[in-house]
Design a protein around this ligand. Structure first.
Ligand code: C2E
Ligand code: MG
Ligand code: MG
Length: 715
């Protein structure tokens, strides 16, 4: 049976239990005249509101504030009542009212609620105290004013208010000599009545006095102002500090001449401490004690708003491989690592104008400000990298810590905090993808690229549907006789805003999102159809034109690869030997038989497989025998090294060695990136079979190949 809403252990019952616990905790420190059960009944609707705020979709800070204020109305004016309430909310609210929700979210929500409640409480208490002070001042003035009429009765009334008031009251003459104090005031100061009356108001200075404090006082005793209100600190005889909300009023005699001053004081020491604590908690990270994200934003905004000549420098640090520590050693170990890192970072930024903060997770920032940050920020990054060098010992293990830092430096007043942080974040990722354990300097161009990268990724799927991709063909030329043997298909994206984008801009994104599979299939379809058109035009002679199509590593593992390829070839009516699939060398390093199986099947059918970018991946040459490849495509870097004249003899020997090894294994050798006739000649001498490069033709539309093929076959 499911629990009824109001049955035992239903939500209503659990809410009541929360209200009971709450009322038990707070009742002893209230000044209410109700009984405990009556008090609980008063808290129940407040508990219900808290429960609603806890579970509402959007956070309602106002509602939580109102609950804090309602506590004051319920006679919970003692700071201890607030403190106990917050403890109670912290420990029990999620437990009793958060059923079914995500516990971590609920706990975070509960923490925000507590801050809002404390703020509401403090505000309500302040308003109430002001109202009380006002009432007492009125009573005092009245007492003075109606002296002649009903001196006795009025004085008795004034006495009663004076002695019974919960706030401190003192009366002094205009020279500051203290004439009368009530009990509450002596308690607040920790002095006896006599000791207080021996003093003079003028002696009550404190280093934290607001600048206007004594000016207002002088104006009042000269009769130029009727009252003033301030927050003021006093020393107690034991050296501790008393903070008060102070209202001073001028009392005039029957003729209207200034005669006395009346001070009303409310002890705000504890509330102030509580506020300081709340402020600290709201601006510091609980785990490491470092300033948190919101505090950092405040400081960064201030730095960016500084005047002319002022600059800022920011290091955005993300630990490398922190997730592995968490996953393998557990969160407790991860936490200890973060605490140690936080300590070390703090030691790196100790000069004035420098600060370190934790943004969350394993992300930290260090900020430096002033006129010379260009140099300082580099030194700061150096210090941070050095601080991470020594391993951190956690649970008897020595953990190596590495980090990637993105640096942004610049003049104040040009960018917003959010822009600066985004740039730092992008730069940090650049450092990470360059291998980590390094720092990089922000670069507006790299920023712009990273921002468009995101936009491109989201635009990719629609681009395929809208037909924004097209293919260019780059001829493959036989080095021996210069004839065109085929072409490589290279995909491009005609982006509506950015114009033509090369594959390096979007293939990695398509691989990342999986769109590479349909995109690759489309390229294959188009290219095979193109091959069909060439063959129709030039015939299926002894050396028919062939098409090379690049295959991404992700496509290799896609289960439909072989079937899709077969279907596409059949539909176009093209034989498998017209097709060569290019697979980059790095994708096949260490490949197991499962990965090679589809390639092997395709090779058995007669499709050529080329090992693209050969020489960049350090593959084991002996391993080539295992692979179902029939062509090696030497990477452009080999051709480039032949650009200078005379070419480096060692480079030549390497290429020669590769060629003879390839031929020994029955592999054809193609070279890429041939840009000059000298290179072509050199490569021909070294025994390469085919070549591709700007020397022959840049990638272009398919009809260009017609022209080339015609020139070469007829000329
Ligand atoms: P790749 O397969 O190594 O393609 C050769 C690249 O070298 C092409 O760049 C081509 O334009 C460029 N190139 C040709 N001749 C010269 C030359 O003489 N000098 C220089 N400096 N460069 C030359 P592109 O078109 O930017 O393609 C880059 C890479 O993108 C390709 O490298 C290939 O790995 C990938 N790619 C292109 N199309 C596709 C595709 O349809 N699918 C997949 N998966 N990858 C593709
Ligand atoms: Mg290629
Ligand atoms: Mg290549």
């Amino acid at each position: 049976m499911t629990a009824q809403p109001d049955g035992p252990d239903g939500p209503e019952d659990r809410l009541r239990r929360f209200a009971t616990i709450w009322s038990r905790a707070v009742f002893p420190v209230t000044t209410t005249s109700s009984t405990r059960p009556e008090f609980e009944a008063e808290l129940l609707p407040l508990a219900r509101r808290l429960s609603e705020v806890l579970r509402a979709r959007a956070f309602d800070a106002e509602a939580a504030k109102e609950v804090g204020a309602a506590l004051v109305d319920a006679h919970c004016t003692d700071p201890e009542a607030l403190s106990r309430t917050l403890d109670c909310v912290d420990a029990y609210l999620v437990l009793y009212c958060g059923e079914g929700g995500d516990q971590e979210d609920l706990r975070a929500r509960s923490a925000r609620m507590q801050h809002a409640m404390a703020a509401g409480f403090a505000q309500a208490l302040r308003e109430r105290t002001l109202a009380e002070q006002e009432a007492i001042a009125q009573a005092a003035l009245k007492a003075q004013g109606v002296v002649a009429a009903a001196l006795h009765a009025s004085e008795a009334r004034f006495r009663a208010v004076f002695e019974g008031a919960a706030i401190g009251i003192g009366i002094a003459d205009l020279d500051g000599n203290i004439l009368q104090v009530n009990e509450a005031l002596t308690r607040m100061f920790g002095l006896t009545d006599q000791a207080m009356r021996r003093g003079n108001v003028r002696e009550w200075t404190h280093p934290d006095d607001a600048p206007q404090t004594w000016r207002l006082y002088d104006e009042l005793v000269r009769g130029e102002r009727e009252h003033y209100h301030l927050e003021k600190a006093f020393y107690r005889p034991d050296g501790t500090v008393l903070w008060t909300n102070l209202t001073v009023s001028l009392l005039r005699d029957a003729d209207g001449d200034p005669q006395y001053q009346l001070a009303l004081m409310e002890d705000t020491t504890e509330r102030r401490l509580l506020n300081l604590r709340l402020r600290y908690e709201a601006t510091h990270d609980a785990l490491t004690g470092l300033p948190n994200r919101s505090f950092f934003f405040e400081r960064l905004e201030k730095a960016l708003g500084a005047g002319e000549g002022q600059r800022f420098g920011l290091c955005y640090l993300d630990l490398d491989g922190f997730k592995t520590v968490n996953d393998s050693l557990g969160h407790a170990a991860g936490d200890r690592l973060l605490v140690e890192v936080a300590d070390r970072l703090q030691g790196c930024a100790t000069a004035p104008g420098e600060m370190v903060a934790r943004l969350g997770g394993d992300e930290f920032v260090a900020l430096t400000t002033g006129p010379d940050t260009a140099q300082e920020v580099d030194e700061l990054a150096e210090r941070i990298m050095n601080a991470l060098l020594a391993p951190v010992s956690v649970d008897g293990r020595e953990l190596t810590v590495r980090g990637s830092i993105g640096i942004v430096e610049g003049p104040a007043g040009e960018r917003s905090a959010a822009e600066v942080l985004r740039s730092a974040d992008i730069t940090m990722y650049r450092a990470k993808s360059a291998g980590g354990n390094r720092y990089e300097l922000a670069d507006p161009e790299a920023d712009a690229r990273a921002i468009t990268r995101h936009g491109l990724t989201t635009a990719l799927p629609a681009a395929l549907e809208r037909g924004e991709f097209f293919i260019e063909y780059q001829p493959l030329v036989h080095l021996g006789d210069g004839s065109v043997r085929g072409a490589e298909a290279l995909v491009r994206w005609l982006h509506p805003q950015h114009g033509v984008l090369g594959p390096d801009r979007f293939i990695p994104l398509a691989e990342h999102t999986g769109l590479i599979v349909p995109l690759g299939r489309w390229v294959l379809e188009q290219s095979v159809r193109q091959a069909r058109a060439w063959r129709e035009r030039y015939g299926d002679g002894a050396d028919p034109l062939r098409i090379n199509v690049n295959l991404s590593p992700c496509q290799l593992t896609h289960p439909g690869l072989v079937q899709d390829t077969v279907d596409i070839l059949e539909r176009a009516g093209v034989t498998p030997d017209a097709l060569c699939l290019e697979v980059t060398e790095s994708a096949l390093i260490g490949a197991d038989d499962d990965l090679l199986k589809p390639l092997r099947r395709l090779a058995e059918m007669g499709v050529d497989i080329a090992l693209d970018d050969f020489g960049t991946g350090y593959s084991n040459l002996a391993n080539l025998r295992r692979l179902p490849v029939s062509v090696l495509k030497l990477d452009r870097s080999f051709t480039q090294s032949m650009q200078q004249f005379p070419a480096d003899p060692v480079d030549l020997r390497i290429v020669e060695g590769i060629v003879s090894l390839a031929h020994g294994l029955d592999l054809a050798v193609t070279v890429e990136g041939v840009e000059t006739g000298a290179q072509a000649e050199q490569l021909r001498v070294l025994g390469c079979d085919t070549a591709q490069g700007w020397y022959y033709a840049r990638p272009g539309p398919p009809d260009r190949l017609h022209e080339l093929a015609l020139v070469d076959t007829t000329g």
